[in-house]
Design a protein around this ligand. Structure first.
Ligand code: ZN
Length: 110
């Protein structure tokens, strides 16, 4: 079996949970949020910024190994709203990182 790459950093996870402010699926803000892979690891998904969202224990257990849009349709959740929000949050986090890198480069002494 191929080695699974997990490159989600603690900083990215903190940014993700902060941006979502609760479970990405049901909005539940109580309790511990778990790292849920939109595309499950068993189906080739990885723990990366673009594939991980915070989920409550209940959603995570219910979704299990199901691909995210299939599961959301079954639960009658709005997958479109979710996917747009997810893309916005990832873009925000990436933009912040790029801005930081540019700042470091442009303010560096020659
Ligand atoms: Zn939930």
């Amino acid at each position: 079996m191929a080695r699974v790459e997990h490159d989600l950093t603690d900083e990215q996870w903190t940014a993700l949970t902060g941006a979502w402010g609760g479970c990405a699926y049901c909005g539940d803000g109580d309790g511990r949020l778990q790292k849920d892979c939109m595309l499950p690891v068993s189906r080739g998904g990885r723990y990366t910024l673009t594939n991980v969202v915070p989920a409550c224990g209940s959603c995570n257990a219910s979704k299990c190994n199901t691909e995210v849009t299939t599961w959301m349709r079954r639960k009658r959740l709005d997958e479109r709203v979710f996917l747009v929000r997810q893309a916005e949050i990832v873009t925000e986090i990436v933009t912040e990182v790029v801005t930081e890198i540019v700042t470091v480069i442009t303010t560096r002494e020659p």
